[in-house]
Design a binder for this molecule. Structure first.
Ligand code: NAI
Length: 346
């Protein structure tokens, strides 16, 4: 077999750098495309064996059909979450692989960076001292020590975030659909987590059942002044309900690395434009909201791991008969997929 041809959508400079630096690079011909994968841009993958995509490429039914017609064999996600791929529809048509972990530390550390920035008003102080304004008025924060953090999702990232919080002397409670046995974590029911937490941090995947997990009802159950952190997926939070919760002074602060409508704006420079998303504009205008644009993963270590694992996923698919990091709707929802035995899912 000649070089494996990969159409690499939504390519940024830092992506190219890490893939070019990857040791495995010689076996592949990678076509870097700045555009996102959509029904209209699909045709750019003509003649390619693999389509490589990121979090905001929309791999819907029409895209899957088109790619199958063009002979694309594999969708290689260079991220962990796969909510942007219709994996049920893809089953039997085209295989999907992902990078299950590239640096859980990067995301967990970013969540803590956002929390500290927010509650110690670092974002305000930074701008003030740049302007030689050394006043402390309005910069009063609170100690994390002794506060209760509620962690939703205790997988790789959630567990590291828990360790970091414990290092700060915080009390940790958690909710997970599949609680980890013998982990020493205090698992509580969802409502109890809302009621007891001073800080809530989301580390679960986005699924059909937990879309808008944080909504007007759950916010009403939370403590007044609660700080909400979301480094997982934007649609876990009903953004309009969050705006209302902050306006009502019920939510004390929000730290958002993800946003439900982010695919329209994140990763692009709109500094000379009028942003049409009023909810996002309102959130950004609030002094107690910090938004980063899906940046939590962005460390040198994570980028190197993403490149190496993605190319290894592709090689494994074409060269061996296994597909360790394949994901299908059976593995994801039913736990009865043969993939658990190391084979391709179908
Ligand atoms: P993981 O798969 O190791 O852990 C996810 C945990 O969530 C598991 O323990 C699982 O049992 C639990 N879970 C599943 N459904 C749930 C539900 N409905 N309610 C509560 N818990 C549930 O995943 P990992 O690596 O810890 O990543 C977590 C999430 O972080 C990813 O799904 C992704 O959305 C997000 N992420 C964000 C990044 C960023 O740059 N902002 C980068 C990487 C991941």
């Amino acid at each position: 077999m000649g070089k494996i041809k990969i159409a690499f959508f939504d390519a940024k400079d830092y992506d190219k750098q890490s893939f070019v630096n990857s040791n495995a690079n010689d076996e592949f011909e990678i076509i870097y495309l700045e555009t996102r994968l959509t029904e209209d841009t699909c045709k750019l993958a003509e003649g390619c064996d693999v389509v490589c995509v990121f979090v905001n490429d929309d791999v819907n039914r029409a895209v899957i059909d088109r790619m199958q017609q063009m002979g694309v064999k594999l969708i290689a996600l260079r991220c962990a979450g796969y909510n942007n791929v219709d994996i049920e529809y893809a089953y039997g048509k085209i295989h999907v692989v992902r990078v299950p972990a590239y640096s859980p530390y990067a995301v967990a550390e970013h969540a803590m960076a956002l929390l500290l920035t927010s509650i110690r008003r670092i974002h305000k102080a930074y701008i003030r001292t740049k302007d030689f304004n050394f006043s402390l008025n309005g910069l009063t924060g609170f100690d994390l020590h002794g506060k209760t953090v509620g962690v939703v999702g205790t997988g790789k990232i959630g567990r590291i975030f828990i360790d970091i919080c414990r290092g700060f002397g915080m009390n940790v409670i958690a909710y997970d659909k599949f609680p980890a046995k013998d982990s020493g974590i205090e698992y509580v029911a969802m409502d109890e987590l809302w009621e007891r937490s001073d800080i809530i941090s989301l580390h679960c995947p986005l699924t059909e059942e937990n879309r808008h997990l944080i909504n007007a009802d759950s916010i009403a159950k939370m403590k007044k002044g609660v700080v909400i952190i979301n480094t997982s997926r934007g649609a876990l939070i009903d953004s309009d309900a969050l705006v209302e919760g902050i306006k009502a002074r019920h939510v004390g602060a929000a730290c958002l690395d993800v946003y439900e409508e982010e695919s329209n704006v994140f990763f692009h420079d709109y500094s000379n434009h009028i942003v049409n998303d009023d909810t996002l504009a309102r959130l950004i205008s609030m002094p107690n909201v910090i938004v980063t644009s899906h940046q939590a993963f962005l460390t040198n270590e994570a980028l190197a791991n993403i490149a190496d694992t993605t190319l290894e996923n592709v090689r494994e698919f074409f060269v061996k008969d296994t597909c360790t990091n394949e994901v299908c709707y059976k593995c994801a929802n039913l736990n009865n997929c043969k993939q658990t035995h190391g084979k391709k899912c179908f």
